[in-house]
Design a protein around this ligand. Structure first.
Ligand SMILES: Cc1cc2nc3c(=O)[nH]c(=O)nc-3n(C[C@H](O)[C@H](O)[C@H](O)COP(=O)(O)OP(=O)(O)OC[C@H]3O[C@@H](n4cnc5c(N)ncnc54)[C@H](O)[C@@H]3O)c2cc1C
Length: 377
């Protein structure tokens, strides 16, 4: 017995597809509704830490994920300016335990393709161009509306529909993502042989310049700046801005600039933060992943936390016989404190990068922003 027999899922990101895989494997009837007309074929890269990789192991997808990305350990910090010297090589924590690499970079479209393939093979029905637009709750069910038409009655609707979740709005949760004040340029480029792990440059004209390997031939590069209204600018202008802001950075950035000059696209987005306080469910509807929480990717944990939400929720739904308050209490007890601590750590690191950190007693700078570093002592 499982606690649910028929489940609807809004979204087809990592939270949605991980949920679909686990429930479909357990024999639950699963309908996934994705608003976009087709699967993502474009996109940048993503860093997945050991705890995310361990979830892939539990889902049974790790053997396909591993060869599709680049695994590594450690983090290098480099200085801006000529020669881009490595100033420190930091060791890594294996957040997924000894059986998984500490880190992995991979192209986002590859991750989406593999998870979609596994969800469909497990038996989930996945519909694209299908936006969840409304729902009506009953005592023991929820009726789901897609593109304004009823698609049936379910034991549970999982709102894994991302930052601007429609499901979250419909069930009356008014916590929404807030901009943190930082914006990021990202580009998918070729990997110079010397780049074998994530490298970050603090200081210079932006808060952080960095890159993460995603394959033998690929990596994604990023520049984190003060959030600005960069939306809707033409592609060639976007690339030009990323090129201009990158000029203070030497070393592998020379190769990145060559790719940008050769036409690599640059895309822009803002960092956000929010966390829905418990409970994340209202009756037979629950929000997970970015619908429930977002954090600036300062410690690259957003997708990892979305995956953990999905794994814990499905473990409870599959192991238990009833979808009752006891199940929801167990879900929130396992997920809220962990998501909250990751949220707080990510936000704190972002705040330090924005404002710097001063010693409480002496007022001296412990962590300086680029602007503070440029100020006279
Ligand atoms: C710049 C940046 C860099 C990041 N880097 C990392 C990183 O390196 N590592 C990491 O772990 N995390 C990272 N993250 C966070 C990570 O991308 C997200 O936490 C993760 O993708 C969330 O997955 P999700 O499945 O919850 O939502 P999403 O991936 O956003 O999926 C939601 C889906 O729902 C669909 N949808 C929306 N509304 C509806 C509706 N009404 N009906 C049906 N479908 C709907 C959307 O089209 C979308 O496909 C980063 C985030 C940002 C902004």
């Amino acid at each position: 017995m499982t606690a649910v027999n028929k489940v609807a899922i809004a979204g087809s990101g990592v939270a949605a597809l991980a949920t679909a895989i686990q429930l479909a494997k357990a024999g639950v009837e699963v309908d996934v509704f994705e608003a976009k007309p087709e699967p993502n074929v474009h996109g940048s890269g993503i860093s997945l830490q050991g705890n995310a990789l361990r979830v892939f192991g539990a889902l049974g997808v790790w053997d396909d994920i591993r060869p599709a990305g680049y695994t590594f350990e450690g983090l290098n910090l480099r200085a801006p300016g000529p020669g881009a010297p490595i100033v420190v090589e930091l060791p890594d924590v294996k957040a997924g335990g000894p059986d998984y690499p500490a880190q992995m970079g991979m192209p986002r479209p590859e991750l989406a393709r593999i998870l979609l393939d596994h969800a469909q093979r497990a038996g989930a029905n996945v519909r694209f161009g299908a936006k969840v637009t409304w729902l009506v709750q009953g005592d023991d069910h929820v009726e789901v509306f897609v593109n304004d038409e009823s698609v049936g009655v379910y034991d549970l609707l999982v709102g894994a529909d991302g930052l601007n979740s429609t499901v979250r709005d419909i069930i009356g949760i008014d916590v929404k993502p807030q901009p943190t004040g930082m914006g990021i340029w990202r580009s998918f480029v070729s990997r110079p042989a010397e780049v074998v792990r994530t490298e970050l440059y603090y200081g210079g004209p932006v808060y952080i310049a960095g890159y993460t390997p995603t394959g033998e031939d690929s990596m994604y590069a990023f520049l984190v700046e003060k959030a600005q209204d960069r939306f809707g600018i033409p592609d060639h202008e976007a690339t030009q801005i990323m090129l201009d802001e990158s000029r203070a950075y030497d070393g592998p950035w020379n190769s990145i600039r060559a790719d940008l000059e050769g036409g690599a696209q640059a895309n822009y987005t803002w960092f956000t933060q929010h966390i829905v306080p418990a409970p994340w469910n209202r009756g037979h509807v629950v929000v997970i992943g970015d619908a429930a929480h977002s954090c600036p990717p300062t410690i690259a944990q957003g997708a990892a936390q979305a995956l953990e939400d999905a794994l814990v929720l499905t473990e409870l739904l599959v192991d238990r016989d009833e979808l009752d308050q006891d199940l929801w209490d167990a879900f929130h007890a396992r997920r809220l404190p962990r998501a909250q601590s990751i949220f707080e750590a990510s936000v704190q690191l972002g705040q330090w990068q924005l404002d710097g950190v001063r010693d409480a007693d002496t007022g001296g700078l412990i962590f300086a922003t680029a602007k503070q570093m440029a100020e006279p002592a």
